[in-house]
Design a protein. Structure first.
Length: 276
């Protein structure tokens, strides 16, 4: 029985071997390199924003094809359950292209992480997008210290350290601007959590078999801003320190090149337009 890491590496290798140029066939997207997958998402969002969405692969033919041949999603999207954040629409994608996990506040805990592991390890997706969005109710609830029931309290727990970090980095800031900073910090948090909770994913990311990128969806303009170049990856060998550890801390793991450029690139202090 191959180790999980070997399975990931094998999946990545097979994916690379089976991948075709994106332009050659829009269907042959399984295992496509993460950078190419990112281009597909950016192009789709551009169409969505400009009102030129093509709504492709949403017909009976595609339904049949994916039912008979299985799913080969080219990207994994972890995003919020917010009804204003529909991934297939905002990336102008069809059936079988996106492996989507939606949960209030786009948190990455056991169920979400396991689902991502399935997408990478079994379906061959190599790009993981953690997509936060403006005016997120879950993050806002934590910022405002809203009283919630026990289930919701458990759900938003991972958001708490993100809000604390946003407060720390933006002293004196409150209200909407603080929520905006916390939303970005919460994307970082999920990226850190998914690596901390899954040595398989952390290993796949560290070895370049998978890539994780944060993004912010503007529910008004429809635009997705990809937060590339940060945050710093979390060492997958890091001791479990719960949700109180800043995700940007290196935990002494060997830093990747990006880690040097990453510290606190976002969430930036709200006075610094670092991500716009
Ligand atoms: Zn939300």
């Amino acid at each position: 029985m191959p180790s999980p890491l070997r399975r990931f590496l094998l999946a990545g290798l097979l994916g690379a071997l089976s991948s075709l140029p994106v332009a050659a066939s829009p269907h042959a997207t399984n295992g496509i390199p993460p950078d190419d997958a990112l281009i597909l998402l950016k192009d789709g969002n551009r169409r969505f924003v400009s009102g030129t969405a093509i709504h492709f692969q949403q017909d009976a033919k595609r339904r049949r094809e994916t039912a008979n041949n299985g799913q080969k999603p080219f990207a994994i999207i972890l995003t919020c359950a917010d009804s204003r954040v529909p991934p297939e629409l905002l990336f102008d994608q069809g059936i079988g292209s996106l492996f989507v996990i939606r949960v209030a506040g786009n948190v990455a805990q056991t169920d979400e992480v396991a689902t991502i592991e399935y997408g990478v390890g079994h379906l061959g997706s190599r790009l993981i997008v953690v997509l936060g969005h403006t005016k997120c109710g879950a993050v806002t609830a934590v910022v405002e210290g809203a009283h919630v029931g026990p289930n919701l309290a458990q759900l938003v727990k991972p958001i708490v350290p993100a809000v604390a970090r946003a407060q720390e980095q933006n002293p004196g800031v409150s209200g909407g601007p603080l929520v905006a900073a916390a939303i970005l910090a919460n994307v970082d948090q999920a990226i850190a959590d998914l690596q901390q909770l899954s040595p398989d994913l952390a290993g796949a990311i560290a070895h370049g078999q998978a890539r994780v990128v944060g993004a912010l969806y503007d529910i008004e303009s429809g635009a997705v801003e990809f937060l590339e170049g940060s945050p710093a990856p979390v060492g997958h060998a890091a001791p479990s320190s719960g949700h109180t550890a800043p995700p940007s801390a290196s935990h002494g793991a060997a830093p990747r090149p990006e880690a040097h450029a990453a510290p606190a690139a976002h969430p930036a202090p709200v006075s610094t337009p670092a991500h716009h």
